[in-house]
Design a protein around this ligand. Structure first.
Ligand SMILES: Nc1ncnc2c1ncn2[C@@H]1O[C@H](COP(=O)(O)OP(=O)(O)OP(=O)(O)O)[C@@H](O)[C@H]1O
Ligand SMILES: [Mg+2]
Length: 550
């Protein structure tokens, strides 16, 4: 298919079969995963434009851009504060407000991100770093914790070596944080040194999100402003335009809209297209078939059957005019590769990260709690001491504001751990002992032999009303012989359980439950509540129940 200069053949208009060529500019392609044909479209456009393209495989084994040449990832470290700020925004998922000063401080004098991390860690170790600034540094530290080791361990290419056709940088092994940094480096490289090169950003919603800076977004913004003059184009691939940065979308002149079925998604897509560009109606988008896209630029909105690179002109035209139908010849991307799946994976990873953070938060809450307990205990002791010195009784008590004294002294007790006042109140001692005793009981249960565990499990599970069950019955229930060594072993196991108090044995009657009663007795001295007894009981049952059935 011949094409006018500055344009590229896209396919054939649905219905008429007229060839459709679109301007070679920045472009966005969108549409439902696997049902639109976005990657197939981009592949075909790159092949026919004879531009070079670089794209990214963000997931191991990703199936798109099959014929592409794999190239080594190029990465250049930057440490200017704007860059560090974008890292922080990317990891926090929100726009920075007033944290600049701290970031500028963290970037000062750094030659690489490891230096930045060292600055951050130094700041964290400083007792003056508290509150918001500590938060900022913690988040930065967590991000750098991920990327600094990867920067050190991956073999980076010092240059971006692009061949004709599609070049794919495999980022599948890298953490998303690091993927951001590599895509950013690549975009900057193309902007600074290449001509006639397309950068395809997959999953644009992920890398160029609305409302906050990410390392990729920062680079994409300058690329989109300056790239076109050198025929360097940014092509965005995204199943939904909703989450993508609007300022970038506003600068995209060419739109390929594939099928979308969700009314809100369609609305978002249409809303994001600049008003100056012609657009189809929402209902028309919902009715598109695989390979059909509305090609929108300027005053055009042409329903086009996109010609894949592997389909002849005649066949593509026949499909567009309804005279033939193409069954996809390429293997479908594996389900694990489609964007939807990747999005879910990402959500899962996010959820995991959040869980980890809450765990950490929980941990520090526990610590804070312990510190508060210490302070409270200190206050109590202090009150007692004061009580001894200060005369009690009407009139005098009013003149001495005991609370105020306690408060003043408490002010001098550091809130951070390791203060000079060490108090071990009886209450705490009691709890400590109770904890130790509980642990001992659970450990004893854990150490039981498999047969003992089975017997205990059976007694707890069967003789629920506290009745006796005979050793013969236990033996039968466990599928054991009622004579010989097997019988003797069972007797021994029962006796040992009884010695621990985990079961009770009575002559001629058999065995009955005693576990909970025993735990209650063991913990009685520590004033354990019924709930605390129950908790230990459940832990023991858990130990016993997790014994693999043999
Ligand atoms: N124009 C077309 N004609 C015929 N088959 C097509 C066309 N476009 C895509 N297909 C087929 O449809 C399937 C999905 O295509 P593709 O991978 O391009 O979709 P996608 O929109 O990029 O999906 P995802 O969002 O999951 O990346 C593939 O099997 C592909 O060969
Ligand atoms: Mg795709």
């Amino acid at each position: 298919m011949t094409q006018a200069k500055g344009t590229v053949h896209l396919g054939f208009e649905v219905g008429t079969g007229d060839p459709v060529a679109i301007p070679l500019r920045h472009l966005a392609v969108t549409g439902q995963t696997q049902e639109a044909g976005k990657t197939t479209t981009l592949e075909a456009l790159i092949a026919r434009s004879q531009l070079r393209a670089v794209t990214f495989i963000t997931k191991r084994g990703e199936g798109s851009f099959k014929g592409s040449r794999r190239i080594a990832p190029y990465f250049r470290e930057q440490t200017d504060w704007q860059f560090v700020a974008s890292i922080l925004e990317a990891s926090r998922g929100e726009k920075l407000k007033f944290e600049r000063a701290w970031i500028i401080r963290a970037s000062k004098g750094a030659r690489n991100l490891a230096d930045v991390q060292a600055n951050v860690q130094r700041a964290l170790a400083d007792p003056k770093t508290r509150g918001m600034s500590a938060d900022v540094y913690l988040v930065l530290d967590a991000y750098l914790e991920v990327v600094v080791p990867q920067i050190a361990s991956v073999k980076w290419s010092p240059t971006l070596d692009l061949a004709p056709g599609v070049n794919a940088v495999d980022l599948g092994e890298l953490a998303i944080e690091m993927q951001h940094l590599v895509i950013r480096s690549t975009i900057n490289w193309v902007l600074e040194r290449e001509k006639g090169t397309v950068v395809v950003v997959p999953e644009a919603w992920k890398f160029i999100p609305q409302g906050r800076g990410t390392p990729v977004k920062l680079a994409a913004e300058s690329f989109i402003r300056q790239g076109a003059a050198l025929q360097n184009y940014l092509w965005l691939d995204s199943q939904d335009l909703g989450g993508i940065e609007k300022s970038i979308l506003r600068s995209v002149p060419v739109w390929l809209l594939g099928v979308q079925r969700e009314a809100n998604e369609i609305k978002r897509t249409l809303d994001n297209i600049p008003a100056s560009t012609a657009k189809p109606k929402a209902a028309d988008i919902a009715r598109l078939r695989l390979g059909e896209f509305y090609a929108c630029w300027g005053e055009h909105a042409i329903k086009t059957y996109v010609q894949p690179s592997w389909l002849s002109d005649a066949e593509a035209k026949a499909t567009a005019t309804g005279k033939g139908s193409v069954s996809p010849q390429r293997a479908k991307e594996g389900p694990e590769m489609c964007e939807l799946h990747q999005k879910l994976e990402r959500e899962l990873a996010d959820a995991k990260r959040e869980l980890e953070q809450s765990r950490k938060a929980g941990h520090s809450a526990t610590e804070a709690c312990a510190r508060a307990e210490k302070r409270a205990a200190a206050a109590d002791e202090l009150r007692q001491v004061l009580g001894r010195f200060l005369p009690a009784g009407a009139g005098v008590g009013a003149a001495v504001d005991e609370d105020a004294i306690v408060a003043r002294v408490l002010d001098r007790v550091p809130t951070g751990g390791g203060g000079p006042i060490q108090v071990t109140p009886p209450e705490k001692l009691r709890k400590d002992f109770q904890r130790e005793e509980s642990a001992r009981i659970v450990a004893a249960a854990k150490e039981l032999r498999p047969l003992q565990k089975k017997v205990l499990k059976l007694v707890e599970g069967v003789a629920t009303n506290g009745e006796y069950i005979s050793q013969r019955m236990i033996s039968e229930r466990l599928g054991r012989a009622t004579g010989g060594q097997s019988w003797m072993d069972l007797g021994k196991a029962t006796k040992e359980l009884a010695a621990l108090g985990f079961v009770a044995v009575a002559e001629r009657q058999g065995v009955r439950r005693n576990l909970k009663a025993q735990i209650a007795t063991d913990l009685e001295a520590y004033k354990a509540t019924p709930d605390e007894v129950e908790a230990v009981y459940q832990s023991v049952l858990f130990e016993v129940a997790t014994e693999a059935a043999a």
